[in-house]
Every structure is written in C-alpha cells, then in structure tokens.
Ligand binder design. Structure first.
Ligand code: PLP
Length: 475
C-alpha cells in the first residue's frame, strides 16, 4: 500500500464502490497476518494494488524463501546422543498413543506409588497444608534449616560419619541432585562405574555431564549382587567414582554388609568417590537391615542420596537430598562446585522441604506395607511366584523396593530384541513393561515389572503374560 501510495481509507472506498464490505480493521488484520482475505476480496486487493494474488496471500513468498535459503530446523544437542531414559521411552510413547485412542493400558513401568492407591501419610499432608503460606519465598540454596537438621539426625541413625549441616542439600527429588553432583565432578572422558542393570538416570547423567558410564555387572546368580572382580577389571586411570544403588532398582536386591565392605575397599584402593543411591532404604523386607555404604567408609568421600518419593509414597512432591560424609577434606573444590550449581538453581521446592522433619520423625507408616499382610510384601510374594510359574520365565526374589527383574528364556521364544518383545506384549495384551535395555542391561533377556498394583491386577497381568508367551515367537 505504501509503495503504491494507497491509503487504507481509499481501499475501503474503492471496495465500497465495487460492492464489497471492507473495514479498516479488516485491512489491519490482513496486514498483520492475523487473517487472510476471502478469495474475491484478495483478488480485489491484488487488482487494486497491482500485485500477484499468490504473493499477496504469502504463498509465493514462502516458496521463494525456501528456494533461496534452505529452511533452518532445530535439532537436539549432540550432548544427548548417548543419553537414554527408556523408563519413559519408545514403549511408553506407544502406550500413550494407545491410551489416546481410548484403550486401557496396565502400566507396570514406573515406580510411582500414588496411582496404585498408595497415599502419603496424613500427617505429612496436614503439615504441608499448615506450612504452605510460609513457603512462598526461596530458602537457603541447600534447604531449610529444619529439613537439613532432620536429615542430619537421620544420617546419625544410619551411622554416617562426619556429616555437617553444610554438607546436606535438599533437591527436587534425588534426581536433581544426581544430575548436579555429576555435572560438578566430570570432565570430558572421566569414567564412572555404574551398575548394569542400573536405574538409567545414572548412566544418562554421567554421559550428559561429559563423562563415560562404564557398566559393571550385577550377577543374577548371586542375588543380583555387584560382581566385584568385574568392577576391578574396569577401573582405569580415568575412573573417578563408583555408583552403588542399594537397595536396587530394577532388581530389588539388598546388599549384605560384607559385599558393601568389599566395594568400599575397591573405592579405597583406587581412590574413588562413592555415590550411594539409597532411595529405597526404608522399603526393606524379610526383617533385613539396610546398611548405608557411607557408614563403612569414614576415610573416603561419600555422597549418599535419598528422599521421600518412595518411603513416603510422595513422588510428586519432589523431595530428595544428598549427604556428604567421610573424608571431606579431599573434596573441598568439588563441594565448592556443587555449591555453585546449587546456588544457580536457587533452592529446591520449599513446600516439599517443609515436610521432611515430620516425615522422618515419629511413626513410619511405610513399615506396615513391608511386613506379612502389608501390600508391598504380599504383592511381592504374589508376583515372585506367579512369574516363576510361567514356563520360560525365572526371577530372583526381590528383598527390597517394589521391582522385580525377571529373566526370559530367549531361546524358547526366539527373542533377539527385548524392546520388540515389550512392544508386542503392549499391542496384544495392553500391558506396559520396560525391557532390560532400558536399564542398560545389554542382553535381550530381561524386563522389569513394577509390582505396585494390587494382587488382583497383578494376577490379571501375569495371566495375560502367560497367555501371550504361549504362542509368542519372535521372527
Ligand atoms: N534413584 C533410584 C534408584 C530411583 O529408582 C529413583 C526413582 O525411581 C530415583 C533415584 C529418583 O527419585 P526422586 O523421585 O527422588 O527423584
């Protein structure tokens, strides 16, 4: 319009002459691109302004631009190339599509207690409500004093040595702190020993931080305990840390004291940092006791991770923490790095922190779930037997947490791809499991079951799995 020296008002008048209703507001909308004119109005405007109709509609212009410069697209960072988190990966995406299409999928894929009827203790909810209005501001970046004090007392009960208030950090779940602690430590090429199978966040975070996750084997024939000889073989001058997940996800293993002592000794001999993920430490069955790795390593630098997600059935509140212990003098610079990253994220969710003191003190309702008659205990008894009764499936009995990691006879079912197995089961029986691959298990012969659903549901799921395997053979 400007180039042709035609004003809006003139276009309105000319349109009126031709019998069109055209307001100034219409023209503004066309100019801003909010709406396109009707076909006959577009033709009128093109004729009046003496331009090409397609150009005016913006079509030819786009085409010209496409030809002129190839279109810029945006790809994910190459930092993510080695990052895998299939607990919410392709099989889960397929399940979501099926749900969108109206199908009911039984999800045995994620350790999220709430959807299966596990509730956070009433007292915890009550206390969060009461304190909510006092939690509007940022807290100290490490966390509220009261929360850290309660964590410190918990650390004392677990015999973790040399813990101070400034060596405790709260996080938005242990997840945030796992990521933070690895980012603060690793230079490109640094190696971290991580179990296989693992909770895949560990491998993902090591790789994302520029390090290299080196997997050590947990041995199914020894109740899924880490193979210490394999760990020793895999240590190189680049190895900086050893990750221990105890109690373990996905196997449900609980490590005995002697084994932990051996692991600590390896770390001692090779001067490694110990990262001990103990988020399931209060979900231990059969009267067994969880021993904190750090309690056996007063002379080493240890970082212990835990939180309320599992023990208090409060995953959604995102409450986790990490504790520095032992020989902190060797890690001053590293701790300063962590502090910097912690400051950068300002603080963790303050309403979440406000319940830590209540949650860790007093009556522990989780204890009701893990004894005979309790849901987690009875569901474990059921799933263990039901899976082992299926021809071609065998599983080690879990001692803790709420996962089981069964083995599948790959010869019998000709399974060469465990992701395909999980997808086929999902499509045919609408059951969602995560294949072993999702836990950095490098053979196609395992899958993980989350046994949080009630026994009736687990019964239905295992019957369907048995039925599916009756005829299943991979091509
Ligand atoms: N560590 C392990 C072994 C886990 O299984 C999980 C969650 O499933 C986490 C850490 C993360 O827990 P959070 O909810 O505290 O982030």
């Amino acid at each position: 319009m400007q180039k042709k020296g035609i004003k809006q008002i003139e276009l309105v008048r000319l349109a009126e002459e031709k019998g069109f209703k055209l307001g100034k507001s219409h023209i503004s909308q066309y100019v801003s691109g909010k709406t396109l004119p009707r076909k006959e109005v577009l033709q009128f405007l093109a004729d009046t302004l003496q331009v090409d109709g397609a150009w005016l509609a913006g079509e030819s212009e786009n085409k010209e631009k496409e030809v002129e410069n190839s279109v810029r697209t945006f790809k994910k960072s190459s930092k993510l190339d080695n990052v895998l988190y299939d607990v919410r990966g392709p099989v889960v995406d397929q399940a979501a599509k099926m749900e969108e299409a109206g199908m009911h999928v039984l999800k045995l894929n994620i350790g999220n207690p709430a959807p299966f009827g596990f509730r956070a203790p009433d007292e915890v909810i009550y206390d969060m409500r009461q304190q909510l209005t006092e939690c509007e501001g940022y807290s100290d970046s490490r966390g509220l004093f009261s929360a850290r004090k309660a964590i410190m007392q918990y650390a004392q009960l677990k015999h973790i040595p040399n813990v101070t208030m400034d060596g405790i950090y709260t996080g938005n779940g242990a997840s945030e702190l796992i990521q933070l602690s690895l980012h603060a430590l690793l230079n490109s090429g640094d190696e971290v020993l991580v179990p296989s199978p693992d909770y895949p966040l560990w491998t993902a975070c090591v790789n994302l931080a520029g390090g290299k996750a080196v997997h050590y084997i947990c041995d199914e024939s020894s109740d899924w305990c880490p193979d210490v000889e394999d760990i020793k073989k895999k240590i190189t001058p680049m190895t900086k840390a050893l990750v221990i997940i105890n109690p373990n996800n996905p196997t449900g293993a609980l490590y005995p004291k002697e084994l932990l002592e051996e692991l600590v000794q390896v770390a001692r001999e090779h001067q490694l940092i110990l990262f001990s993920d103990e988020i399931y430490d209060r979900l231990v069955m059969d009267g067994l006791e969880h021993i904190s790795t750090a309690s056996l390593a007063p002379d080493l630098f240890c970082v212990t991770f835990s939180g309320l997600s599992k023990s208090h059935m409060a995953c959604g509140f995102r409450v986790g923490w990490m504790i520095f212990s032992g020989n902190k003098s060797i890690a001053k610079d590293y701790m300063a790095g962590i502090n910097m990253l912690s400051n950068m994220r300002l603080c963790s969710n303050v309403p979440g922190q406000s319940i830590i003191q209540t949650a860790l003190g007093g009556y522990q309702s989780v204890n009701e779930y893990i004894v005979p008659g309790g849901r987690i205990y009875e569901q474990r008894e059921f799933i263990y037997k039901a899976l082992n009764d299926i021809p071609g499936i065998s599983a080690v009995k879990p001692k803790a947490a709420f996962y089981i990691f069964p083995k599948i006879d790959t010869k019998k079912f000709n399974i060469i791809n465990d992701e395909k197995f999980a997808l086929d089961l999902l499509r045919e029986k609408k059951i969602l499991l995560i294949p072993g691959k999702g836990f950095n298990w490098h053979q196609p012969d395992h899958f993980r079951v989350v046994y949080l659903p009630r026994i009736e549901v687990l019964e239905d799921a295992t019957e369907k799995l048995a039925d599916f395997l009756n005829t299943y053979r991979q091509e």
